[in-house]
Design a protein around this ligand. Structure first.
Ligand SMILES: [Zn+2]
Length: 72
């Protein structure tokens, strides 16, 4: 009986650690990938945004098409 309780306790502990580990694993990537991506600055308003979300025109980056148009 004591062994069974111990086995259950070990199982619960292992499951709890695994859950915590997975949580920390899934929580870490977003800021890392965000920092790894090139950040560019809008030439119009100066806001920083990922390069993939920016609009590029003649070597300058813009946060939106509107700012791209306003600049030119
Ligand atoms: Zn802008």
């Amino acid at each position: 009986m004591g062994k069974l309780i111990l086995a259950v306790l070990v199982f619960v502990l292992a499951w709890w650690i695994l859950r915590k580990y997975r949580k920390s694993m899934t929580r870490e990537p977003p800021p890392q990938s965000g920092a790894a991506e090139d950040m560019v600055r809008c030439a119009y308003c100066g806001v920083h945004l990922p390069r993939s979300e920016s609009h590029v025109s003649s070597g300058e980056f813009f946060c939106s098409e509107e700012h791209l148009r306003l600049r030119h």
